[in-house]
Unconditional design. Structure first.
Length: 221
């Protein structure tokens, strides 16, 4: 799993004034909790870019005053007006202490339902799990091979050893739905309606009748 290293400095001044000064210097405040004590720090905004602007799950090593803190990112705050990075929360990893993390899903395999003409719809991109730090990994694989038309893979179907999945078990993760063409074909088969081309000879019949000679009037007696 990829690990991002961030060089930071412990913060001595807290509050709005100190925070505004940090941001004016191109730095972003952050906090690390979950370890022996809570740590407030700051680092240049550029140090966080590869961590924040990616969907990947990554470990973070925050170096403060010669000490390295192994963490995961828990929360990001952006400015409501400018979208500038405002603040980050990190959870420090303790070897024998379980953590809650959001792990991306990685879909693998060619779904049977897609081969049969259906369309794959992915409804979840990640799962929230509880596990020990040693079991953290960059994604959870979901095999789609046996997913059929009108079928669903739900949270409860996902195999994730050593993970306690916290999402509701009945929520669909991925589905195969009918395309419009398949729906039309199924409707035609169910109603027994003839194909549009078969109606052409019937339409020509009145024209043929119009060309037939009129019957002669009966002779007077």
């Amino acid at each position: 799993m990829q690990t991002i290293t961030i060089e930071g400095q412990l913060r001595t001044g807290l509050g709005k004034t100190a925070t505004r000064l940090l941001r004016s210097e191109g730095k972003v405040p952050g906090v690390i909790y979950g370890g022996a004590r809570e740590l407030n720090f700051s680092a240049p905004v550029t140090a966080f870019k590869t961590l924040v602007y990616t969907p990947d799950f990554q470990l973070v090593e925050v170096k403060l005053d010669g000490t390295t803190h192994r963490c995961i990112l828990k929360e990001i705050q952006f400015d409501k007006v400018t979208d500038a990075l405002n603040h980050l929360d990190f959870m420090e990893l303790v070897e024998d202490k379980k953590v809650i993390a959001t792990i991306p899903l990685k879909f693998t395999g060619a779904a049977k339902g897609v081969k049969d003409g259906g369309k794959l719809i992915t409804k979840m991109k990640s799962l929230k799990v509880k596990t020990l730090p040693k079991f953290l990994r960059e994604n959870i694989e979901v095999d789609l091979t046996n997913l059929e038309l009108n079928g669903n893979i739900r949270v409860e179907d996902v195999k994730a050893p050593n993970y306690e999945i916290l999402n509701s078990p009945r929520i669909p993760v991925a589905s195969i739905v009918l395309t419009r063409v398949l729906k039309q074909e199924e409707t035609t088969a169910a109603t027994g309606a003839p194909a549009p081309a078969s109606a052409a000879p019937t339409a020509a019949a009145p024209a043929a009748a119009a060309k037939a000679p009129a019957a002669k009037p009966a002779a007077k007696k």
